[in-house]
Design a binder for this molecule. Sequence first.
Ligand SMILES: Nc1nc2c(ncn2[C@@H]2O[C@H](COP(=O)(O)OP(=O)(O)OP(=O)(O)O)[C@@H](O)[C@H]2O)c(=O)[nH]1
Ligand SMILES: [Mg+2]
Length: 278
Amino acid sequence: MDERRTPSPCSSRPSSPRTPPCEMFGPVGIEAVLDQLRIKAMKTGFEFNIMVVGQSGLGKSTMVNTLFKSKVWQSPAPNLDVPMPQTLELHSVTHVIEEKGLKLKLTVTDTPGFGDQINNDKCWDPILSYINQQYEQYLQEELLITRQRHIPDTRVHCCVYFVPPTGHCLRPLDIEFLRRLCRTVNVVPVIARADSLTIEERDAFRSRIQQNLKNHCIDVYPQQCFDEDINDRLLNSKIREQIPFAVVGADREHIVNGRCVLGRKTKWGIIEAPISRT
Ligand SMILES: Nc1nc2c(ncn2[C@@H]2O[C@H](COP(=O)(O)OP(=O)(O)OP(=O)(O)O)[C@@H](O)[C@H]2O)c(=O)[nH]1
Ligand SMILES: [Mg+2]
């Protein structure tokens, strides 16, 4: 049988130097969607905004430097041994991180510590109003008829809440703060300056905090709505067991066995920041 095929529109059209031939676009079908999404996500990149909140002196600014292995916040004279200055106003720093072709625009918002006033009533107001302001700004942009193709996202995606390492339980101020914060944003509570607790103290403190969170209906991240399937449920329940995470911040490097490590020097040795250096 003489099998004559109708030439496809692509093959009949002479390909101009600007239009790539059809095969360059790859397969067209449902199975290509994942690849197309991946290519688009690689091109656009991601935005991630973190905020650190907690009482003054708990190591918020230091932790930001530890997490990103860089001086996101600089001391005024980095070469002299000057300690990190107290954070006096809410401010953000943005870095674009690129790894294996994937771009991440990371914004870290440091906040002044609260809780050192005689009257700490409404000390959450400046932080909550900042978070709500970012939602409002984004919404207003989205509502415009001629909106931008890419709306800059300054909404806080994750708020790390520093709990003081008292070893007892959550203080009434933390409970009040967390109750309000959790209604507005994803909260990840952490036990600050965890090097001041022994392992047993830390574990007992963690279970008391978990109980406090439950009793006061404080819904921290990952909330139940993230348990979409059995795998998510398993992973999230493992995370929930570890919450609040114990953290130790350090922004100095030490020489250990000829190796330069970022860590906190204590009487008993150096606690190394567990993220591998790249
Ligand atoms: N022992 C111990 N000290 C820490 C830790 N993290 C930070 N510090 C020290 O605590 C002091 C205060 O740290 P900062 O990072 O400025 O604390 P902050 O929470 O940003 O303080 P404010 O800006 O006042 O809110 C500094 O001397 C840090 O070196 C930690 O994990 N353990
Ligand atoms: Mg600070």
